[in-house]
Design a protein around this ligand. Structure first.
Ligand code: AQP
Length: 335
């Protein structure tokens, strides 16, 4: 077994990945592969907590894997797999459901945000339980580090609580993980509403820049992005639309916010947005070329290999959990 600490993270195949997913998550994963034994999952069981079309979901799973690979996740060094291909995720989720308390769950703000659309009465029980499944994902792999965007901080906190509670009740079983939240690229906001995060399932496509958007669409979306009535460019928390666009510019181009503000001193939003569109297109084109070069067959082969690797680790852990709790037929567990 590798001496490196283990890292786990995942993304839901709920649509085309966007710049927020890339800047808040995938980009950080690339460098972390050098220092950790990384496990990257495509969390399809999370995706079905809201309605999905089966054909679209199947393709989205492959497309998310393609983004991982094109962005630089190396399948020889890191494990890439689909959550539902490893049964222990759902099994451990059930066990952790018996450890989690209603009081823990009622604090979760993401459920409140995500159930807003349909109302909590019509939302699935799975959507409410989402953070427990995420805890199972993380704890199955003795994960020490969970690199996620700032929006997932509360879920990692719940994972830590469940791990500690289980360990106290049944004996040392789970590693208590920590979230690795980068201060840069923390939260990319919606282009149409900079008070809410950029989201795949936003009602309007003008909310996000998808990693598969054509150059024309990128330009159109950026030109329409909400700013404010002040004519100048400045980096200011009280100007969320402008700040968000400067953040995206800075993360992709490497210039600091101050440098960008100086570059557009005396110029209007038209020039600034054209400059930003140029930076985004320059980033996306080579990524899209790499994505186009990876076939569905190649993706499937990598995912199968990943599921075997992940499954071996996860089933050993889950057997240990069962033993601790007195579950199952002891003869089977000891084999
Ligand atoms: N806007 C964002 N800014 C920074 N990071 C983000 N992430 C998501 N949106 C942003 C990070 O991407 C990873 C995977 O997220 P996910 O797809 O599993 O779930 P999500 O956070 O619910 O993402 P979306 O795009 O909003 O999907 P939908 O609309 O389907 O719910 C996480 O590390 C997250 O922090």
């Amino acid at each position: 077994m590798s001496e490196k600490k283990r890292l786990f993270s995942g993304i839901q195949p709920t649509g085309n990945l966007h710049l927020g997913n890339y800047l808040g998550a995938v980009r950080n994963w690339i460098s972390l592969q050098d220092d950790y034994e990384a496990v990257f999952c495509i969390v399809d069981l999370h995706a079905i907590t809201v309605a999905q079309d089966p054909c679209v979901l199947r393709q989205s799973i492959l497309d998310v894997a393609r983004v991982y690979l094109a962005a630089g996740i190396d399948p020889d060094r890191s494990t890439i797999f689909v959550q539902s291909d490893v049964g222990a995720h759902a099994e451990l989720c059930w066990v952790l459901n018996t450890v989690a308390r209603m009081g823990d769950m009622e604090k979760m703000t993401q459920f409140k945000d995500k159930s807003d659309k349909e109302g909590s009465e019509r939302s699935s029980v799975g959507l409410f339980d989402y953070p427990v499944l995420m805890a199972a994902d993380i704890l199955l792999y003795d994960t020490e580090v969970v690199p996620v965007g700032d929006d997932q901080r509360q879920h990692v906190e719940l994972t830590r609580t469940l791990a500690r509670r289980f360990n106290k009740q049944f004996g040392e079983t789970f590693v208590v993980p920590r979230a690795d939240i980068r201060s840069d690229g923390m939260r990319i906001m919606g282009l149409d509403d900079p008070t809410k995060k950029m989201s795949k399932s936003a009602a309007s496509e003008y909310n996000y820049i998808s990693l598969t958007d054509t150059s024309d669409i990128v330009r159109k979306k950026i030109m329409k992005a909400v700013t404010d009535s002040e004519p100048s460019i400045s980096y200011d928390q009280n100007r969320p639309g402008v700040k968000n666009l400067i953040d995206i510019y800075s993360l992709l181009d490497g210039k600091s916010a101050d440098e960008i503000v100086r570059q557009y001193d005396g110029k209007g939003f038209g020039d600034f947005k054209k400059g930003l569109a140029h930076v985004v297109v320059d980033f996306l084109l080579p990524l899209q070329d790499r994505m186009a070069a990876i076939s569905d067959d190649d993706v499937c082969t990598i995912l199968e290999r990943g599921a075997q690797r992940a499954g071996a680790i996860a089933s050993e852990k889950y057997s240990h959990v069962k033993k601790r709790m007195g579950l199952g037929n002891d003869n089977n567990l000891n084999k």
